[in-house]
Design a binder for this molecule. Sequence first.
Ligand code: UT7
Length: 333
Amino acid sequence: MSTQKPRYATITGTGAYLPEKVVTNFDLEQMVDTSDEWIRQRTGISERRIAEDDTATSDLSVQAARRAIKRAQIDPVDIEMILVATVTPDTFFPSTACYVQKGIGAKNASAMDISAACAGFLYGLDLADGLIKSGRYDTILVVGGEVFNNIIDWKDRSTCVLFGDGAGAAVVQSTEEPKGILASYIGSDGDYADINLLGIPAGGSRMPLTAEGLDRKLDKIQMNGREVFKLGVRLMPEAAQRVLRQANVTVEEIDLLIPHQANLRIIEAVGDRLGVPREKVYVNVDKYGNTSAATVIIALDEAIREGCAKPGDLILLVTFGAGVTWGSTLLRL
Ligand code: UT7
């Protein structure tokens, strides 16, 4: 008979870092044909943080990671793997995770990026959970970080009002206590891999960036907002229900739902479809806009700091993004 004790993966420290520069809806009114009223009504966003021109995703990620490491009370050399979820890597290669490794001095880690758009952080948590439960790893740093500043067309009102910059990080460690990640699920549907739905057309091997491409702004985000909206409202409740079933947990038992922070109307629709009362749905999209791979971990960190997420609480994280990709994690803090 096996004497092996069960292993669980738990978050022992979180951290977030938002750039100082605040761009309000009123600032955007000066740049494009929009209004504070339109942006708040359609998205729930009032302001977002934007990184300085010389700031890259790894710069924000290192700051968030340092905070998470401090709260987990570990030494960076104890980290065995670094996973950075981002759609705005510092460079195609080396990976942003390698820059983060250098920045935090995690000399003993392997490092790689995750490309799963806004679902990336939960992809990272899912991988960390599996690798820790398998017994191969004890300490993994998962980061979600984005600097959208350079891939936004600041003259396109349909996208420039939505996004913001920021990073969040979690130290995930093994434990024998039955807590931490209770259930996790990630998925994708490549039938929706369409840059007209959501993506950046040029700059990769499909369409190298040329002078003409630059003129046509093919290096900037393109999005069909309405279609993405409908997908989010359908996919997130489905993903959330899946982990609830996996863990045999009812919606009533959830202490806090943290959905991807892209649009307040999507967040409320997801909560309503799941039957989670509004006071249990965490919202900070008003302050930061959509920080893509960073939204759920920035929100979890903030909820912990504010006392909305306490030790022992049952937290449901759910997200979706380009690809399309989606993911959901059920956590006992
Ligand atoms: O992480 C995932 C990434 N993305 C998302 O989750 C985005 C999902 N989609 C959305 O959040 C919403 O679809 C948007 C906020 C992007 C747009 O809201 P909507 O209610 O779907 O508006 P719409 O695209 O149908 O546009 C309505 C009108 C249009 O004008 P007409 O054709 O009715 O005359 C747009 O041109 O609003 C106009 N419009 C704007 N007006 C003022 C679009 N953007 C703006 C703007 N300011 N910034």
